[in-house]
Design a protein around this ligand. Sequence first.
Ligand code: SF4
Ligand code: SF4
Ligand code: SF4
Length: 312
Amino acid sequence: MHSVEGKRGMPSPKPPFPAVSGLWGKSTTINNVETLASVPSIILKGAAEYRSVGTENSPGTKTFAVTGCVANTGLVEVPFGTTLREIIFDIAGGVIGPDGEVDNSQFKAAQTGGPSGGCLTAEHLDLPMDFDSLRSIGAMVGSGGLVVMNKSTCMVNTARFFMQFTQNESCGKCTPCREGTKQMLALLDDICEGKGTPESVALLEETAKAVSKASLCGLGKTAPNPVLSTLRYFRDEYMAHVNNKVCPAGQCKALSKPHIDPTKCKGCTACARKCPVNAISGTVKNPHVIDQMACIGCGTCLQTCKFGAISK
Ligand code: SF4
Ligand code: SF4
Ligand code: SF4
């Protein structure tokens, strides 16, 4: 039904006026809950009070949904312009490392803005979290999602995870998004499964740029963001997957090499002494670590550890 409600008592315009119809044929406003929640305080206290926090172009506060490898997950409301460091290290209680302990040196990346956002790295920890700053580095405020990742996270697999989501959400109306997200997902699958080549990475990047430019709506235009931002900051991880057939984080099962569970390792040093390529490091009585890039996958350490600390 085409219906445009005019002013009260006035006849509704008839086509050829644009046939726009809101809910039940009425004027309709669509806003997210966070926007509407800001309205009462602006009405009650005035715009100046609202603008007294935040930045010039991003006034007021923003609620971030902090999740992933942090001590305290949940919703945090902060003035726009608060730094990533303050949100993660102070408010969210710090980064949780693979051993389950708080260790901020384990920070690797944070994905902002939901599945279509971009990733931030340690060099962005002091970046003010506002619209302009995030846009300037190819990320976005978006939905306010903030997924924190530690050093045991594979960034290629992370891009694949988000691409799976946006591919499912693509409505299929336009070809660049409908086909492009499928192709990007297939390429990411190949890379994570050890079937990728350097050409796969080049094609992935080329496709991501094309989908971003040619898609019809915001979903398709932003769907490549996780791919492009992980390629920008973690290209070496992509290349390790395709050139060395190694997942440096040890997350991609098809490429997995043995890794040591720090909660089970007694630091007896036996594995390090047996490794033919000196890929295992650590000190006596402290958890040891396997350098995934150096490991040749011979399996000797798996048979050596008497404490069940090494697995594939
Ligand atoms: S870009 Fe938008 S319109 Fe095009 S297929 Fe994706 S979701 Fe649909
Ligand atoms: S699998 Fe072999 S090369 Fe890799 S860490 Fe164990 S002993 Fe070293
Ligand atoms: S052999 Fe096992 S317990 Fe000993 S250092 Fe290696 S992983 Fe740790």
